[in-house]
Design a protein around this ligand. Structure first.
Ligand code: HEC
Length: 143
C-alpha cells in the first residue's frame, strides 16, 4: 500500500512539473540563434530600425527608447513584437525613463520580424532568448 502511495506522490509531482513547464515554454525559447540568421536580422535592423533606435540600439532621448539592455524588451517580449508589428504610440517605461512617442508599423513579414527580433534580443549584451515563427504569427493586434 505505501508503495502505491509513493508512486502516486511521484506521479503527481511529475505532472505538476510538466504543467509548469508547458506554461513557461512560450517565450523566450533558449535555442542559440544561428550566425547566418543573426546577420540577416542585423541587415533588417540597419534598414528598418536603426534610424530611430541607432546603430548600437542605444536609442535617442527623449523620443526613441533604447533596445540595448532594455528592461521593457526583456520583460514584455510579446508586447514589443506587437508594437513593431502594428505600430505603437503608448506610454512606456524603458530603464526608468518614460517615453510616449510614435513607432509606425514595420510592414515586415512574420519571418523578417522573427529574424530582427532574434537579432535585437541577442545583441549589445542582450541575452533575452529567441522567438520561433509560430510565436510571432500568433501575436495579434489588441482590440
Ligand atoms: C520611426 C522611428 C522608429 C522606427 C523606424 C522603429 N522604432 Fe521601435 N520604437 C520607436 C518609438 C518611438 C518607440 C516607443 C513607442 C511608444 O511609445 O509606444 C519604439 C519602441 C520599440 C520597442 C519597445 C521599447 C524598447 O525600447 O524596448 C522595441 C522592442 C522596438 N521599438 C523595436 C523596433 C524594431 C525591431 C524596429 C525595426 C523593425 C523598430 N523598432 C523601428 C521608434 C521607432
Amino acid at each position: 500500500m505505501t508503495k502505491f502511495k509513493l508512486i502516486f506522490i511521484i506521479l503527481s509531482v511529475f505532472s505538476v512539473f510538466s504543467c509548469t513547464n508547458t506554461e513557461k515554454k512560450s517565450i523566450p525559447n533558449k535555442k542559440v540563434v544561428p550566425k547566418l540568421e543573426m546577420e540577416q536580422g542585423g541587415q533588417i535592423f540597419r534598414a528598418k530600425c536603426m534610424n530611430c533606435h541607432k546603430r548600437n540600439g542605444e536609442g535617442l532621448d527623449p523620443t526613441y527608447p533604447p533596445l540595448a539592455k532594455s528592461d521593457f524588451l526583456k520583460n514584455n517580449i510579446e508586447d514589443a513584437v506587437r508594437m513593431v508589428k502594428f505600430g505603437s504610440s503608448q506610454k512606456i517605461k524603458v530603464n526608468g525613463v518614460t517615453y510616449q512617442s510614435y513607432m509606425p508599423e514595420s510592414g515586415l513579414s512574420d519571418e523578417d520580424l522573427r529574424l530582427v527580433f532574434n537579432y535585437i534580443l541577442n545583441s549589445w549584451g542582450n541575452e533575452y532568448g529567441n522567438l520561433d515563427l509560430e510565436t510571432i504569427k500568433a501575436i495579434k493586434k489588441k482590440r
